[in-house]
Design a protein around this ligand. Structure first.
Ligand code: PBE
Length: 266
C-alpha cells in the first residue's frame, strides 16, 4: 500500500498523545514541512496511543502514532520510526533534570543526588517494561534500584541522610517519566526525604519548578522537544544537565507497513 492508501484507511489521522506534549507541536510542524495538509493529529494520551497501537497489531492494520524512545512499546511491538529527512523531530534528545532556584542551598543533599543522577535508555526501559507487564509503579522502581545498587550508590555516595524533609517532584504522566520519577523518588526516600509526586501538564510542570512551587523534575527533553518551555521558564530555574542521553521522538508505525519516510505520506 502507498501513503495515499494509508491516508484513506486512517482517515488521514495520526494518533497523538496529550496536547501539551512537545512531540505534538513537532508533529504539527511535520505536517507543514512535508506538505501533509490532508492529515490531522488527534490529541489523546500516552495510554490511548498505545491502545491504538495494540488494536492495530491485533488485525495487522495500519496506524501512525507520535512515538518516542525509551518506551516499552518498542519491546512489545515491531515498530519503526519513519525517516525524517527534514529533521523536524531533531536529532537525538537528552532528558534533563531541572531544579528550582535555591535548591542547592535549601536542600543540598537532594540537590547532590539530582545532580549526580544519570542512567541509560535501557535502565529506564526496564522499569517501563515491568510496569507494562502489570507491576505496580513503585514496585517496578524498587526492583530496578535493588538490581542496580552500584549505579545508585554513585549518585548517593557521600550524601548525608536527612530526617523526613519534604521534597516535591513534578512530572507528566508519560510512561517514560512515570518510570524515572518513581525511581528517583524512591532514591530520595531512601535518603530520608518525604517525597510527593504531582502529575501535571508539561507547561505546568515547568511553571511549578520555575515558580518554586515544586522542587525538581527529571523530565525536560532537549534540545528540541521542550525548547519552547525552556525559553519561557528556563531563566527561573537551574538546569542540572542530562540524566539520560540518546532519547528520540518521531512518527512511529508498525514494521509491517509499506512506508519508510514521512515523505511517503504525501
Ligand atoms: N514525550 C515523552 C514528551 C517528552 C517525553 C516525547 C512524549 C513530549 O513530547 O513532550
Amino acid at each position: 500500500a502507498s501513503g495515499a492508501d494509508y491516508g484513506e484507511d486512517l482517515d488521514y489521522t495520526i494518533t497523538g498523545i496529550d496536547a501539551g506534549a512537545g512531540i505534538m507541536s513537532a508533529a504539527e510542524d511535520a505536517l507543514e514541512v512535508y506538505d501533509l495538509g490532508d492529515w490531522d493529529i488527534s490529541a489523546s494520551s500516552d495510554a490511548a496511543m498505545t491502545q491504538a497501537l495494540g488494536d492495530a497489531f491485533e488485525n495487522e492494520e495500519p496506524v501512525i502514532v507520535t512515538g518516542w524512545t525509551p518506551h516499552w512499546k518498542f519491546s512489545e511491538y515491531d515498530l519503526k520510526f519513519l525517516d525524517d529527512p527534514e529533521g523536524v523531530f531533531g536529532e537525538a534528545e537528552d532528558i534533563h533534570t531541572f531544579v528550582r532556584e535555591d535548591l542547592e542551598s535549601d536542600m543540598p543533599e537532594a540537590y547532590q543526588v539530582l545532580d549526580n543522577f544519570q542512567w541509560s535508555e535501557d535502565d529506564m526501559g526496564e522499569i517501563m517494561v515491568s510496569i507494562q507487564e502489570g507491576m505496580d509503579e513503585e514496585e517496578a522502581a524498587r526492583e530496578w534500584i535493588d538490581a542496580n545498587e552500584d549505579l545508585v550508590a554513585e549518585w548517593t555516595d557521600g550524601v548525608d541522610e536527612v530526617d523526613g524533609e519534604q521534597i516535591d517532584l513534578v512530572f507528566v504522566a508519560w510512561d517514560s517519566e512515570i518510570a524515572s520519577t518513581n525511581m528517583i523518588a524512591l532514591v530520595l526516600e531512601d535518603l530520608g526525604y518525604e517525597v510527593s509526586m504531582d502529575p501535571l501538564e508539561a507547561n505546568f510542570m515547568f511553571q511549578a519548578v520555575a515558580d518554586g512551587q515544586a522542587d525538581a523534575m527529571v523530565a525536560a527533553w532537549l534540545p528540541l522537544t521542550h525548547d519552547h518551555l525552556v525559553e519561557d521558564y528556563g531563566d527561573s530555574m537551574e538546569d542540572l544537565g542530562a540524566n539520560l542521553e540518546g532519547a528520540r521522538t518521531g512518527l512511529v508505525v508498525p514494521e509491517y507497513m509499506d512506508i519508510d519516510s514521512i515523505e511517503d505520506l504525501q
